[in-house]
Write a protein that binds this ligand. Structure first.
Ligand code: TRP
Length: 333
């Protein structure tokens, strides 16, 4: 077991999709055997967009269930809900004193949100990076398995850690992005435009909760054409995408078979899509069913949440006590 602490937050909104599975989840599952890991559902962060209370609760259960169904083992990692750890908002408050308005306003994610929801540019949105930094620093996290879109937030976390250390003495490591294994898998969307994504192009994204019928429908609709007219011609992007997806879930021979029919102009995309849908269903349906059975077992979910909360608070309260003491907020000892 390595010593470095791994921390990552999972957004509590939106459905997990194939891209999340091959991008993040597989990484998490591998890390849990090699590092002390703290993984949590970032429910406070979701409040920036004012979700419906009933939906928030269901989403938290769902995200936990999905993550466990994908292979996260609550016995190995500390799996908890952000709002169960009061030490996080306390450290967040402290870090806000080290975060400057100017740098927060310059953050790309803030500017995007301010543009996309101009009627709700709240302070939580502005200080999103400080809350995220508190999430990480509360466990003295060093490695943060997140995608490129979070790099700027991590850079800010490093700045806050540095400023704290400089002012109050060495306390926090500087967190950095972490990807297990270097190869990044590309999970293309089904319409030939970019990657699968949580918020965009729902019909071109395969979610871990999709029914068999939805999977078939989406794959059938994926962009294709009449097939190549000359042998060994160059594959159009959207066909490469279908092969990329097939590579993830189908047997090697199946992929080879369809490649060879492509090269010899005998490919029938209808058949290829049917095969892809069948293999996709074989891959997704066990995860979906497991998610449903965990999610319905409220007692089990709550037990897992409570155990995670205890473990997380043990680490969080230690860090917070140290930070408070260094700042001078310790009056009774
Ligand atoms: N901002 C992250 C995202 O949008 C979620 C997140 C919140 C997070 N707190 C974190 C990720 C702490 C890593 C560490 O995906």
């Amino acid at each position: 077991m390595n010593q470095e602490i791994v921390v990552s937050g999972i957004r509590s909104t939106g459905n997990l999709h194939l891209g999340n599975y091959f991008g993040a989840m597989k990484n998490y599952v591998k890390m849990q055997d090699e590092y002390p890991c703290y993984f949590f559902v970032a429910d406070y962060h979701s409040l920036t967009t004012h979700p419906e209370p009933a939906a928030l609760k269901q989403n938290v259960y769902k995200v936990l269930a999905e993550n466990i169904a994908c292979g996260l083992d609550p016995e190995k990692v500390t799996l908890y809900v952000q709002s169960d750890i009061p030490e996080i908002p306390e450290l967040y408050l402290i870090l806000n004193m080290l975060a400057y308005k100017g740098e927060l306003e310059k953050t790309a994610s803030f500017k995007d949100k301010a543009r996309s929801q101009p009627d709700n540019v709240n302070a939580g949105l502005l200080t999103y990076p400080t809350l995220m930094s508190a999430d990480i620093m509360i466990h003295k996290g060093q490695y943060v398995p997140v995608g490129k879109d979070q790099e700027q937030h991590l850079e800010m976390a490093r700045n806050f850690a540095q400023r704290f250390n400089h002012r109050y003495g060495e306390t926090f490591p500087e967190p950095e992005a972490f990807n297990f294994g270097t190869q990044l898998v590309k999970i293309p969307s089904l319409d030939g435009n970019g990657k699968m994504s949580k918020s965009e192009n729902e019909n071109a994204t395969i979610y871990l909760c999709d029914t068999d019928e939805q999977i078939i429908k989406k794959i059938k609709k994926a962009k294709s054409d009449q097939g190549p007219l000359t042998e060994f011609s160059e594959m159009p992007d959207y066909i490469v995408n279908l092969f990329d997806l097939m590579q993830l879930v189908s047997a090697k021979e199946t992929v080879e078979h369809f490649k060879s029919t492509f090269n010899h102009c005998t490919i029938r995309y209808g058949d290829m899509k049917m095969q892809l849908a069948e293999d996709m269903i074989k891959f997704i349906s066990p995860i979906r069913e497991k998610t449903i059975s965990i999610k319905e077992d409220t007692a089990l979910i709550q037990k897992i949440m409570k155990a995670g909360k205890e473990k997380a608070r043990e680490s969080a309260s230690k860090t917070l006590a140290e930070a408070r003491k260094k700042i001078g907020i310790h009056f009774y000892c």
